[in-house]
Write a protein that binds this ligand. Sequence first.
Ligand code: EPU
Length: 302
Amino acid sequence: MTYDALAGYCASKNIDIRFNEPMSKHTSLRIGGPADIAIFPDENTVPEILKILISEHIEYTVVGGGTNILVKDSGIEGAVVFTSNMNTIGQETDTECICVQSGCSLQKVINICVEHGLSGMEGLAGIPGSVGGAIAGNAGSFGCEIKDVVKSVNLLMADGDMKELSASDMGFQYRSAKIPSNSIILSATLSFKKDEPFEIKKRVTEFINEKKSKQPISKPSAGCVFKNQKDISAGRLIDEAGCKGMRIGDIEVSPMHANFFVNNGKGTADDFLRLMDAVSGKVKEKSGIILEPEIRIIGRTS
Ligand code: EPU
């Protein structure tokens, strides 16, 4: 396996390609060892990139905003395909739908919704990350999930075909969706209801303020670490198990919301994983409930 074909194509198309790229630069936790290769294609070049990765047998991982992942200190084998350069938004004429590419930030979409009087996504205000990542994990907050506005999703399949899946084909559940393996979410059509821009803006501001008052949004984190269990808040369970303020190295269970583990500076993935173990052990001891991670843990196993 060589990276020559990939590097050659990237050079010919002016695609940003980096070798041994620290993932800590691309995650909201500011944690993660190096990816062997990091590539930043746009919508025109991503099909050829995928073709080369497959024909050259290079393993690949797709990363959106990097806000809901923990990348191991050992880094990532093969290539990380970033979607950040696939970031345009277009409104369908005469409909309440917009087409967004997967690398658009959720907040950019929400701003467009406010501007154009499109309601349905306000509950996601203040969630960092990209549309593709939000769809892959069915991101949610304040009783709203991204699935509520997804009409269809365009995927680039591992065999190079493009496929459009309707929302009902996406297998959306609480914090999960069924994305065919090794496919890349290219874009989605989101469907809204018309409302007054000032009403939408008001709700967006309320949700952001509520988030600020309950969650440690100014510190590096990956959002909620564990999934809620049968409608019981994992944060409450962790809090009741006495874990707030528990710390390993620079990773701390936030004293503000126990399901957020914050990086106080030099935290490592190893510290984070050990704290997850310690916290789930305490919760199991106290309540008998086994917590399930919400964050996606990626990286080489060695
Ligand atoms: N609670 C505690 N201690 C804590 C945290 C929460 O006792 O440290 C209690 C609260 O007092 C409240 C209940 O637990 O009675 C629920 O708390 P909260 O409203 O903060 O919601 P949550 O269930 O902990 C969920 C989502 C969040 C989302 C909020 C707001 C999950 C895992 N978490 O948290 O999503 O922002 O609701 O709607 O589904 C995320 O997924 O990354 C995330 C942050």
